[in-house]
Design a protein. Structure first.
Length: 741
């Protein structure tokens, strides 16, 4: 609403005899205009608001102003609220409205002295009843009306953040429901085919229209956002897949749009006379409120036990990307909010005025909250997350607590606590996540402080194997599950917990814990027949066991936690006390595909191993499993091939191992011939392998391509999958098994 100053004189004519305003702002406008003056019938040492309660001159002037300009029940409501405050803080109650007003005739009212805006600027001391003139009231009403309407708009736009994500989650839930319905129909057809048809099985029918499904996979769901970089970073920045990037981009555009639109600037504004000052105030308030509204989303998307993961089926990496971008936007908005108020304070009174504000509890807490958010952003860069995970983890927890704590005290000046509606959900989400984490720990072992694990290091393969006793685990892990592991024996890193993908399950707990690698840390392929635990048999049987015996993790030691874990068992296997939290993750429905291609590198072989039991089960539709595995160390290769020799003899499995270390010799790897395994002394041509698998499956067949390994390999597999979709292989589905922070 724009009210030119020249219109105030015209509007004033409307108020000479009749009241013109309704609503809560008319009584407030009278009170606001009279606050410029001081009435001399009270002690000057009293607080201004206490004087307003005790001054008969002011109360009478205020009531006559109500009678002159206001015309609804909001007058009585305003008086009741103020009378309650006056009774509590000033020791007096305000008189009845009609007892005052009815004693004044119309002629007496018209003769009362008027206070205009020009005189009010000098903050006069008055000794008689005075009411504001119509122009002054108009300016006050317009000022308050616009300010509070903007305030309501700021809050409404804050709620738009939730409307957006509700829409996104609704799409995810709907897509998952459609997928589940399609899977049920597919399972039913598979059971009918298996039970009543001896001939060739009918081709799998798509639940979604094939053209639209292929288009979505080719252009939205599968490809990287730009070029072929998705797992690989751009410098110190990672870009999520295209569909996630589009979602984030729309959210960013929404935030920018809502932060720059719908501002009302008025002439004659009593709060901020200059339009530039009005705009600065409104922008500062808008960005601050939307930033605060984003807080619960930041906490929700960053939790391990996120209910949204369960109802949409999206992985931790998806919501973690949302978490990072919502946090970045909230931080930028907080910076704009803080800078805006800093500029306003400096313009109004300079640095001395700014230093006075620093003594205010809410102000310096707000500044600290913004600083903590900026520090969170800096310590969360990809390079720090990857190279210095421990630093990232500790600073993230500490700075998150500081941010939430200081923000709580920043908004405490709002006596009704309306802004705590965005603070308390963060705490509730955090506490609930910790409770669910504790629940996962207890379900793994009620004596969680005494879970045993054996860690052994093989220098030839540069690999740490951790066997965790899972006899008391109540939750059966699914293929692709991962666990967070705390090592309790070393106080230096007992507080740290790192995610590790479960490689496979061994049922021979006693042997695996009591007869680990020899003191020389000999690898598995040097074990005698009596020493070997039958991992391949256990893998096939694990799906039938309600409780696994031993959970096996294959860990490549790098810096930090994994390096210290390696040092524990460098000379000989070490038994550790660990705290295990899990399982996490969701299992991809690979067993619904007739053909599955795994493209893995190094310890990424844990992914096909974890899925093998389900893929080879009687209920699986899978007829062909090909594993393309790039590995540096022969010792690691030989260990896996030896332990799973019987499993790899299955005619449905084809393993192609690419030994990438130039000094290794492939013909020294195996002690026996495995027909399903081929050794190649070169890096794999990922694109060619994807094309060969697609050609073998056919344009009408379904092929699952699963990548787990180095970022470059995963991006190449993703790009090749998109190329196959472009060439008409509509049944190609790409899955990436990687834990993305």
């Amino acid at each position: 609403m724009r009210i030119p100053l020249g219109l105030f004189s015209l509007l004033a004519l409307l108020h000479v005899t009749d009241a013109a305003y309704s609503g809560k702002f008319c009584p407030s406008a009278c009170d606001f205009t009279l606050s410029y003056a001081t009435f001399n019938d009270t002690d000057s040492w009293l607080a201004k608001k206490v004087q307003s309660c005790r001054s008969d001159l002011r109360v009478t002037s205020l009531y006559l102003c109500f009678a002159q300009y206001c015309k609804d029940v909001s007058i009585l409501q305003w008086i009741r609220e103020q009378s309650s405050w006056c009774s509590e803080h000033a020791g007096v109650a305000l008189p009845d409205f009609h007892d005052i007003v009815d004693n004044w005739s119309q002629e007496e009212r018209e003769a009362i002295r008027r206070l205009d805006a020009t005189k009010a600027k000098s903050f006069p001391v008055l000794g008689q009843i005075t009411i504001p003139d119509a122009q002054f009231i108009d300016r006050a009403y317009a000022t308050m009306d616009v300010a509070f309407r903007q305030y309501d708009l700021h809050l409404l736009y804050g709620w738009y953040m939730y409307y957006f994500w509700i829409a996104v989650v609704t799409v995810g839930v709907s897509t998952r429901l459609l997928s589940l319905v399609g899977s049920l129909q597919e399972r039913k057809r598979h059971e009918i085919d298996s039970g009543y048809h001896s001939g060739p099985k009918r081709p799998r029918r798509k639940f979604l229209p094939s053209l639209s499904g292929v288009w979505l996979k080719r252009y939205l769901i599968t490809p990287a956002t730009f070029g072929n970089h998705c797992s690989q970073p751009y410098g110190w920045c990672t870009i999520p897949p295209r569909v996630q990037s589009i979602t984030i981009l729309v959210f960013v555009i929404l935030n920018i749009t809502l932060c720059i639109c719908s501002y009302e600037l008025t002439e004659g504004n009593l709060y901020w006379p200059e339009k530039s000052a009005q705009l600065l105030r409104f922008v500062s308030d808008r960005t601050g409120i939307i930033s605060l509204a984003n807080f619960p989303l930041v906490w929700l998307f960053g939790m391990r036990n996120d209910v949204l993961m369960w109802i949409t089926g999206w992985g931790f990496g998806t919501y973690n990307a949302f978490h990072r971008w919502v946090a970045r936007l909230a931080t930028v908005q907080a910076v704009i909010h803080s800078l805006g108020y800093t500029i306003m304070i400096l313009e109004s009174g300079g640095w001395s005025h700014f230093l006075k504000y620093w003594r205010k509890h809410y102000f310096w807490n707000g500044e600290l909250a913004t600083i903590a958010m900026c520090a969170l952003l800096a310590f969360s860069l990809y390079g720090i997350r990857r190279a210095h995970y421990e630093i990232f983890l500790v600073t993230h927890i500490v700075l998150s607590i500081v941010t939430l704590w200081t923000m709580y005290y920043h908004v405490e000046i709002f006596t009704k606590g309306e802004w705590n509606i965005f603070i308390w959900p963060c705490l509730v989400i955090w506490v609930l996540d910790r409770v669910l984490r504790a629940g996962r720990i207890i379900t793994f072992n009620r004596s969680f402080w005494n879970t045993k694990a054996t860690a052994s290091y093989d220098p030839a393969s540069n690999l740490v194997r951790m066997d965790v006793d899972g006899n008391k685990n109540w939750m059966q892990p699914e293929p692709g599950s991962y666990y967070y592991i705390h090592v309790l024996d070393d106080i230096m890193f007992a507080h740290q917990n790192h995610p590790f993908t479960l490689a496979y399950i061994s049922t021979n707990t006693a042997k695996s814990s009591s007869t680990p690698l020899s003191p020389a840390c000999r690898p598995a392929f040097y074990r005698t027949a009596s020493e070997e635990s039958t991992e391949s048999d256990a893998l096939l049987a694990s799906s039938k066991n309600s409780r696994p015996s031993n959970l096996v993790f294959l860990i490549r030691p790098y810096d930090g936690f994994t390096s210290r874990l390696k040092s524990h068992c460098l000379l000989h296997p070490k038994q550790l006390r660990v705290l295990v939290e899990g399982p996490y993750g969701h299992s991809e429905p690979l067993h619904h595909f007739p053909a599955v291609l795994f493209i893995v590198g190094g310890t990424g072989v844990a992914v096909p191993l974890s899925h093998m039991s389900r893929l080879l089960s009687a209920s699986s539709r899978t007829q062909s499993v090909k594993i393309v595995w790039a590995v540096r160390e022969h010792a690691f290769l030989a260990s896996i091939l030896r332990d799973f020799a019987s499993l790899l003899e299955d005619e449905r499995i084809d393993v192609e191992v690419h030994v990438t270390h130039k000094e290794e010799v492939a013909d020294q790897v195996l002690g026996e011939d495995l027909k399903s395994v081929r050794i190649v002394a070169q890096r794999p041509d990922v694109r060619r392998k994807v094309r060969e698998a697609a050609d073998d499956t056919g344009r009408n067949g379904d092929l699952a391509i699963v990548a787990c390994g180095p970022a470059g390999m995963a991006d190449e597999a993703r790009s090749a999958s998109v190329d196959m979709l472009a060439e008409g292989y509509g049944g190609v589905e790409y899955f990436e098994e990687s834990f993305k922070w």
